[in-house]
Ligand binder design. Sequence first.
Ligand SMILES: Cc1cc2nc3c(=O)[nH]c(=O)nc-3n(C[C@H](O)[C@H](O)[C@H](O)COP(=O)(O)OP(=O)(O)OC[C@H]3O[C@@H](n4cnc5c(N)ncnc54)[C@H](O)[C@@H]3O)c2cc1C
Length: 499
Amino acid sequence: MPDGLRIGAAGLWDELLTSLQLDPAATFLSGTEPKLFQTPFSKQVVCPMWRAMTQELHIVGGGMAGSEAAWQAAHMGVNVVIHEMRPKVETFAHRTGNLAEMVCSNSFRSDDDEQNAVGLLHWEMRAANGLIMAMADKHRLPAGGALAVDRDPFSESVTAELTALPNVRVDYGEITELPTEGHWIFATGPLTSAGLGAAIQAETGADRLAFFDAIAPIVYADTINMDVAWLQSRYDKGETEAEQKAYLNCPMNRDQYEAFIDALLAADKTEFHEGETATYFDGCLPIEVMAERGRETLRFGPMKPVGLTNANDPENKPYAVVQLRRDNALGTLYNIVGFQTKMKYGAQAEVFKTIPGLEDASFARLGGIHRNTFINSPSLLDDQMRLKSRPNIRFAGQVTGVEGYVESAAMGLLAGRLAAAEILGQKLDTAPQNTAMGALVHHITGGAEAKTFQPMNVNFGLFQPVEGLKGGRRGRKDRYKAYTDRAKADWQGWLAAQS
Ligand SMILES: Cc1cc2nc3c(=O)[nH]c(=O)nc-3n(C[C@H](O)[C@H](O)[C@H](O)COP(=O)(O)OP(=O)(O)OC[C@H]3O[C@@H](n4cnc5c(N)ncnc54)[C@H](O)[C@@H]3O)c2cc1C
């Protein structure tokens, strides 16, 4: 048991008693899990603040997530140490030693909190006294409905705000182990150092940490034309009806297939960033690379038509079939199987809408392949973002399989609050599922398919439906407004319960 004198600061103890307006001779009892400490005054004390003083929160990675986690935990009264390897150890994308450096674009995307899920996440973080949003607002640049940020003053002011806090310390150095003791948040991002990556793999298994993503486009289920597409697993495989109908199939005749291959070959592609030394794995080649290898490659690969009968037109054998698979437990999102791509976003939307059944599709996210370190969160993390095998460790930010500055900061905000609450002995449930924060964390820690898990942006497809509203494109505006109204009320309730 830690004893009161071990903090070695009688002055600190006096300050605590003064700040709590306690008589030094009083016995102070509070907290949910009683622990008794011997005080310098030979009195027994149970005090959440005592725990905060004796148990530090260590945060590895001072990026978007780590900085926000530190800010939140520090404001709850916990002592925080940020371990940041830059500038001692560099990455190929960062340029400075600042905390929360934006490595590429300077955009936090849409700021519309009524009709856009990212804008809603902005709103939720602002309501939670988020540092990243406050500094983004302070250094905002004109960008229409988007939130663009003056990157250098932004990261400089995040660094200044954090280092000005008396209970935050930055320790510059690389961490290469997963500690067995203490409270830790790992927020090391898409460019987690190699040494730490090896330690994570040793703990989780090599197949649970990826170094590249291979993202296939994801479509909102209610924008797929079911007069053209049909539900069927290849060869009707599966024990249950749900398994036999696990895939959604879009048929192509020969002309449609040839036109599709031409469009793929002609489409604009993005290059890997400088410093991203990427080799493709044969298991996840971009579709345009497959098409370059031969016009028939896709028809013998992800677009093979075998084992499928078009329920809308059983007499006609499709020449090729595009398959989509359910991407979340809610059944609101479908990913296009095997369609990871490096086509530019504009080109993707154009090319994929030529697929029969997807002419009016809306995309929850478009495809991509990037250098990106991320764990298989659905199988590894509990709903408190703790590693199931080592509950003293949380993960946050892009390494958990969310994508983008905003989503990463949001996961930092949540992890920081959850970790601080645990240190203080308070019970704090994870964010409510109907908030943007909750929809995202629920997806990565349970809603997503672990087997095919790939990084995810926040989007309305992750939200539980609001009953009684029209689906499809026509009902979209009302539906999104209902989602954001519901989310704001639930988020305010969650915050109020902590104050
Ligand atoms: C090349 C590239 C371009 C990108 N472009 C965009 C974009 O345009 N828009 C967008 O929204 N997102 C972009 N991203 C994703 C972006 O990096 C994340 O959205 C965001 O920065 C993630 O926040 P984070 O806190 O999880 O990670 P980061 O912000 O990367 O922070 C992680 C921190 O951990 C540190 N670190 C790593 N390993 C260790 C270790 N072992 N010990 C101590 N410290 C460590 C790193 O130095 C870093 O400071 C890009 C990513 C890359 C790689």
